[in-house]
Design a protein around this ligand. Sequence first.
Ligand SMILES: Cc1ncc(COP(=O)(O)O)c(C=O)c1O
Length: 507
Amino acid sequence: MFTAGCSVPRVFAKFSFPRLHLSSIHRNSMRGLTVDALNPAILNVQYAVRGELAIKAEEYRVQLKSGEPHDLPFTKVISSNIGNPQQAGLDQPPITFNRQIAALMEWPPLAELARDAFPEDAIARAKELQSEIGSIGAYSHSQGVPFIRKNVARFIEERDGYPSNPNHVFLTTGASAGVTLLISMLIANPKSGILIPIPQYPLYTATLAAHKGVGIPYHLNEEADWATSTPDIEAAIRKAVEQDGIVPKALVIINPGNPTGSLLDEATMRQVVRLCERHDLVLLADEVYQANLHARDTHPFTSFKKVVRALGSSVPLVSFHSISKGVTGECGRRGGYFECANISEDIIALMYKMVSIGLCPPLAGQVGVDCMVRPPRPGDASYALWKAETDATHAALAQRTKTMAARLNALPGVSCVDSPGALYLFPRVRLSAAAIEAARKLGKQPDTLYALELLDDTGICVVPGSGFGQKDGQYHYRLTCLCPGVEEYVGALERFHRKFVERYGGV
Ligand SMILES: Cc1ncc(COP(=O)(O)O)c(C=O)c1O
């Protein structure tokens, strides 16, 4: 199972991913350190979320901030390209309780010096953490503070109703670090492949490229609200094995989805687990958006851990979670965890060896994980405020998602699945032959042209669908539902779209 292979992700060649611009790099700028002399896998890495659009948006932001006269037709740049809730302009307020704990952990004397600023449960919680951790300026256990791992395991048990072993929980520097570790361990020879949903969050293809792994794409079904289809995964496996001689090692599921916002139902999850059993695959369940649900009653989240245990399955499962998303939104603290189920102790020991090279995840992130898995409970002094803050963030996200999807769907040539989860919408835009030709002349993907003109016209930065993968001849873009002032924001999107259609013609 964990004896894998390694190769370049050629299987992805038919999908459109923008390339890094290397022209600005001086190929022979330093003796001995030239681009040509580097690990070639690095040159294959592409990461659209922070690519061309984000770079240009940053230039505009600097230009606007400089106060110099400019001829930009907007007064601010809106970062709709990245799910970074607390970023300036998106301004999701941090949860007060979490920040109180963070402050007290940073400087314990605050508990006495500013006693009135902290509710008693926050002071008690911080003291408990201090006695378990000591100074947060010290390295911790490489797998994460044992006390916090126990709290994570309890959170998982309460969520799923099945036991969780704290020794099989790894605290990480965000979910990204856990994903990278798993991919690095699974890709061991040029034939190892990992099944990746299309569209996908580019962490997966980028990390696979860096580790010379093969991505095996399987398409999500846009017509069925971006559903995951096990027959389509089977077909992707057959093609990879029979035509390309690849050995599939693992299946990535992102649930709720990024960029699609889709949510798996339990029947599909059971089929996915059975498929992993049939094909001897490790299931990598990216569940970082598990708390971002816009219609909990009709679209609840179920973890893969629960489904695997309910089925009595022995499929090896690694589930990822993060403090970056949900209503916590603490991306910059870099906290997350993964839990291993049905994974042998010798593999866990190897994971431990690998994480210990990095010494430990940031303590601020570990404390953030503790706050996420141990929020205030009814009866605690902090509960009322915590509830009000988290309810407000959930409600704002749900309302923006609904408004944006409805308004986008009303535009000519645009269709948008109204997502039940995560932080994004992924509208499809039908582009005319003239728009496609204009993009070709510029050497750009058509949806990149659309996104660049949107940025130039409105200051709104989105990510072209080609950065996530999409079917040939289809064009999308991803935008976050995190921007306040949704009326103004969607109004600008609408005006731009109509102008674009006037300029290039509609479909
Ligand atoms: C699906 C998915 N997985 C993982 C991550 C990485 O999150 P983290 O900040 O925890 O590394 C993201 C970030 O946007 C994501 O969208």
